[in-house]
Design a protein around this ligand. Sequence first.
Ligand code: PAF
Length: 278
Amino acid sequence: MKVIETISGMKKARQELGGTVGFVPTMGYLHEGHISLVRYAKSENTHAVVSIFVNPTQFGPTEDLATYPRDIPSDLAMLEECGVDIVFIPTPREMYPRRYSTWVDVKKVTEQLEGAIRPEHFRGVATVCNKLFNIVRPTKAYFGQKDAQQVVVIKKMVAELNMNLEIIVVPTVREPDGLAMSSRNVYLKPDERQGACVLYHALKLAEKMWKQGETDAHRIRQAMIKLIEEEPLAEVISYVSIADGDTLEERHEVKHGALVSLAVKIGKPRLIDNTVLE
Ligand code: PAF
């Protein structure tokens, strides 16, 4: 497994790869969710490339950039075990040289949900993914359904900028009790960790109501909010949304393919999760 830190080194190594390349962009501190993306990338391509880069431009000024969990030795051991060909670990200065000034700004689908709370976040995500795609030139790039809005933004950017790769969305990997895996789960204290399951339970409730024939989004949202409010450690509900899965516009009437997503602050982290109503 090659570990490369420079853009020129990564571009050169890419030129030497024949066949198809599956790419998994990450911010490191890898867990089973990332490993599932890597396994898909490995199984569907000749080569697998993973990037580890805590992208400063997607963090707001009061967010956890400085304390974001990092463990490169453990990440590299996991990726080596998976049989990854190349790990790209650039520095912030390598990716954003002095006087950096070019941004990718996807409109509309970045204005609600996470985008409403984290105004510059998706500009940072779209910009770094665009740069990484240009450097790695993957055949396919793999993203987790856990970050549903990120998937919508990246797909839109790739389609509208006519980028030459396919975006593959991989199902959310969950702990046995339903909590979606996330690097930020490490911030949860033991009691908060238990309380965090309320997000999953609220999504399950939405799925159950939909399966029983409920199509009124307001009623489903209200039932979810009531259930979350019963959890004393759920401090702030940022949003509970039932939206169109492509445009992310809120729905009054729930239709097949609707995206139910929510964000709830439990202790320090604000956790997000979602389900698609099939
Ligand atoms: O999902 C993430 O970990 C990040 O947003 C990504 C896609 C690696 C871009 O920094």
